[in-house]
Design a protein around this ligand. Sequence first.
Ligand code: PAN
Ligand code: ZN
Length: 190
Amino acid sequence: MIPLDSDLILKSLDFENASIPGQKRVERYLADVRGSFADTQAFEAALARGNPLLYAVAGVEPPDGPGQLHYGLGILYPGKIGNEYYLTKGHYHSVRECAEVYIGLKGKGAMLLEDGTTGESRMVSLGEKEVVYVPGNTAHRTVNTGNEPLVYVGVYPSNAGHDYGSIAQNNFRMVIVEEGGKPVMKPRST
Ligand code: PAN
Ligand code: ZN
């Protein structure tokens, strides 16, 4: 349990670079998401031009325990590889049944959700004042569909864990691309 005088009780969020004072911050650059984008040629061409920061997550992870929560503040920068929006790696939770709540704070984006049993996919808007409930057993990836950084918080059970392996191996079945100026979800192969 966390005592009420713990400095974990209140955190202030720095939207500019998604940092939370005193907390670890993970950065993912273009090179770190190799294999995620559908257009590998466009990916390699972009990487040859530079290795920009795609996103960063500052995590608040109080000690694990029954009923405890973790959360992360994410910032995902705008951009595209080919016509596919900048994205997070995406993952299942290691404890598959663990759900998550995403709260959009700033910018415009979407979440790509994929049911781990049926493979059914769904694109859900994630922007300012929007809250997305990610059910358990659902792979989730975030994309930035706007022109400014997308800032959000994700809250999940402390024992959820992150399983990147399944996505790294098979990727998501669908991609979120720009078509006619707006985000569209399409099968990866076409
Ligand atoms: C989020 C994600 C964050 C970064 O905090 O970890 O959006 O995405 P990847 O972890 O897929 O790189 C979350 O879903 N936590 O469970
Ligand atoms: Zn998650």
